[in-house]
Design a protein around this ligand. Sequence first.
Ligand code: PLP
Length: 498
Amino acid sequence: MGSCNVVEAISMTNPLDPEEFRRQAHLVVDFLADYYSNIEKYPVCSQVEPGYLTKTMPESAPSQPDPIEAILQDVQKHIIPGITHWQSPGFFGYFQSNGSTGNFLGEMLLSGFNTVGFNWLASPAATELEMVVMEWLLKLLQLPKSFSFSSGGGGVIHGSTCESFVCTLIAARENKLNQFGTTREALCKLVVYCSDQTHFSLQKSCQVVGISPNNVRTVQTKKSMNFQLSPDALLKAIEADVKAGLIPLYVCLTLGTTPTTAVDPLYSLSEIAKRFHMWVHVDAAYAGSACICPEFRHFLDGVEGASSFSFNPHKWFLTTLDCCCLWVKDRTDLTKALSSDPELLKNNASDTKEVVDYKDWQIALSRRFRAMKLWMVIRSYGVTGLREIIRKHVKLAEHFEALLLTDKRFEVVVPRNFATVCFRVSPLANDSSDEDSNRLTQSLLESLNGSGLVYMTHAVIGVYVIRVAIGATLVEEKHVNMLWDMVQEHASRLLAIT
Ligand code: PLP
C-alpha cells in the first residue's frame, strides 16, 4: 500500500487549509464584532447556576467534525450566558482587563504564527521584539537605565505577576543561599516582607519557592497612613528577625494595592531594605500603566532602589491576558537561578552568549509570542493614544468621586490615586455604627450587581467598601452617570427600609 492511499483515507479538510481558515476566521471576527455591538444587552455578571453547562453539553466529544456555523450558534446559546462580560462598559469590578482591536489583531498574529520561542534560535523575532518592546516601555515609564539590557538588566514578559513573584523570589533565594550555604537550615531562615495590602498571590509564591508561611511577615497598615507600608514598621519587623537569627530576603512594595490602590513609599522602604541586602520587588500590576503619563510618574519615584519591577499590561493597557512585564537590574540573578542547558536545545547562537534565551528568565520552557500583541497595541494607539485612555478613565473616576462627595449618605473611604474609587454608605446616613454601614454597603453592592447593568467588587479595610474600578475600554461618561443614578436610587430604597 503506497502512502498516497493512506492520505486518501482521511476525508477531513486539512485543519489549516488557508481558504477555510480565511472563511471561518471572518465568521469569528463578525461574531465578535456583533458581540461588542450588543454587549450592553447582557447581564454584566453571569447569572447562571453552578453546573448549568455541564448539564446541557453532550457527555462525549463529537465523533464527526462540526461546522463552524453550528459551533458559533452553540457559543451564542450556551457559552455567552455563562460569561461575565469583563469588556462591558458596566464592568467596574476587580481591576479591569481592557482589550482593544490592536491587541486582538496581535493575538491573531501570535496565534497564527504559533511560535514557541524558548530560545533566540527558536524564533529570533519573538525574542528580539520582546526586547525592543521592553526597552520602549522602560523609556515610556522612565525606569532607571539600570533596568535596561545595556546596563546588565533587562525585561521579560511573563504570563502573570504571580509568575514574576516566583521568579524573582527564586533569584533572591539563590543569591542569598550562595552566601549562607545551600542548606535546609539556611532556607528555613529566609524571611519575606510585605504589607497586609500586598496581593495575596505573594503568599502563594512564597510557598512555591519553599518559604514557610511562618516566615512571611505581613506588616499591618493603617487608615491614617492611607494603607501604605510604614518604613518604621518594616524596620522593626526586620530588626526583630535579625535579632532572632533569621535572614531578611525579599520585600514586596506595591504601587497601587488591590484593595485601595495605595502606593507604598518606594524610596524610604528600599533604603531600609538596602541596609539588610534584601531584594526589593515593586509590584505595579494595576497602576504601573498610569505612570506612562508624566503627571503620574512621581508615583514611581524611588523605583531606582528596587531590584525588580513589574506591571500588568493585561489590566489597564488595552492588552488582554496574559501579559506581565518584569524588569530586573541584574539579569544574571534570574538566569543563574532559572537556566537549563539540555543537549536538545544546544545551538551556536546560544553558545555565543550574545543572544537572550528567554527560557532562562521564566518557569516554563515554552512561551507565547506575547510581545507581538503588546507591540501591536503600542503601534496601534501610540503613546498619545495610550495616555489619552488612562487620562479619560482617571477623569471619569474623578467625576464619580465628585458625585459621591455631593451626597452625605456616602463616604469616599480613601483618597483616590488613579481610576478606582472606594466608597461606602456613611454611618452618618442614618446615624448608625460601622457595623450597620458595613451591612448596608454590602446590601447596596448586592442590589446594584443584581440589576445586571453594572458589576463591582468589594474590599474590607477595617470597614466594608465598594470598589469602583473604571477602566473598561468601552466605558463613557454616560455609563458612570448611570452608575451614579443607580447608586442613589438603590441606596434610597435600602435606607428607607432600615
Ligand atoms: N498585584 C496586584 C497589585 C494586583 O492587583 C493583582 C491582581 O489584581 C496581582 C498582583 C495579581 O496579578 P496576576 O493575576 O497577573 O498574577
